[in-house]
Design a protein around this ligand. Sequence first.
Ligand SMILES: Cc1cc2nc3c(=O)[nH]c(=O)nc-3n(C[C@H](O)[C@H](O)[C@H](O)COP(=O)(O)OP(=O)(O)OC[C@H]3O[C@@H](n4cnc5c(N)ncnc54)[C@H](O)[C@@H]3O)c2cc1C
Length: 411
Amino acid sequence: MAGQQIFDVTVIGAGPAGLIAAAACARSGLDTLLIGPPANSEDRRTSALFGGSIELLKKLDVWPELRDRSEPIGGIRIVDGSTSLFRAPEVLFEAREAGFEAFGYNIPNMALTKALEAVCGPSMTRVPTGVTSVKIGADEVELTVAGDGVFHARLAVAADGRASATRAAAGIEVSSWTYPQSAIITMFHHQRRHRDISTELHRPAGPLTVVPGPGLTSHLVWIDSREEVERLMGLDDAAFGRELGQALQGLLGSLSNFSPRQSFPLSGQTARSLAKNRVVVAGEAAHVIPPIGAQGLNLSCRDAATLAEIASDAKRSGADIGGEETLSRYESARRADIGTRVFAVDLLNRSLLSSYIPGVSLARGLGLFALASSPALRSRVMREGILPAASNPLMMSAEEISPPRLDEQTR
Ligand SMILES: Cc1cc2nc3c(=O)[nH]c(=O)nc-3n(C[C@H](O)[C@H](O)[C@H](O)COP(=O)(O)OP(=O)(O)OC[C@H]3O[C@@H](n4cnc5c(N)ncnc54)[C@H](O)[C@@H]3O)c2cc1C
């Protein structure tokens, strides 16, 4: 059709993953279209984002807006709260031990999506409605949106969440599973300082994590059986505070001022292919994992930065941005990183749920014991968390990694 604009890339879905992917594409010189309603303004979760992800937020120009709303995570403490015979010692990972000021920052999701929307507006075409149909042609993808607008792009990025219709239109299938658990989140005030340490209490029904917030506040992610979560959600704040205080064994002193609690049933899902028929999948359209070890959105940041790098390479070299070469580069760049994290989180969760099986709890206990007693091993694990070896796109590069190294700070 004469005069019809064909975008380099269209991102479908303006949740955190879609916003980051669109901003990274536009920043890399790609003519970008972002389609989707503004992200959920009732999302009270926070995201712990590690070094490479923070570096990406800096490159996308959203970090100045977010820095004051976020709390550094200087340490991660793992406490074995299992009832196993082989209870492991407490392990404390300190970022300073690996030469960093902090592992990353804990950022409110609403502040994150608001700051990203503000940079997306001027740098791309932004359509704030849903896609109603996706047609994949030989040279382009055609998208119809609510209200009947029609748009075309060489490459479509499915960031439309776990039930992605764009992924289905490309013929990409998923493997899905559920866990007998849900997570409760809330923010609260406390009497004792958290000292910028995130504490994970590994209990038999799942981890209970308190992540540092500004001042004397923390954010809770409490994973437990679905029945127990239903019961906890039904308690008033005073009773809930008493139960949380007992679970934390006085770690943060007395607790108060709880924000409204939200609960999330846990499930897992992976896309069987990450790229097919001019569509790549990113964020929860590609991988859904339980909120253990703060992996989900960190993976999505690596999806976004990798995609932007590969698609902009294709544009620079005059290749087809949605062609087979781009798709296969994305598939091979992302497959190992996603597979490893999904496997590790699933294994850790299942090892807790099976802690009554002596072999399983012994293996987990020995792993924690090795970490507790070996600074070198701890350092390797920490570096893998900040700079994963399997995936290190340029926009999150090690050379410019944030937060700053200690030796840089003292200059
Ligand atoms: C309790 C909890 C705590 C977590 N904590 C962390 C953490 O600390 N660190 C971390 O890294 N990760 C964390 N995660 C994971 C992280 O929150 C998710 O990975 C992330 O929110 C998923 O974002 P997304 O954009 O992929 O999906 P979604 O937020 O589901 O966004 C999908 C978007 O697509 C849009 N959409 C759907 N259909 C269409 C359509 N047809 N057209 C256009 N748009 C469409 C929707 O409106 C939505 O805005 C946590 C998860 C949970 C449950």
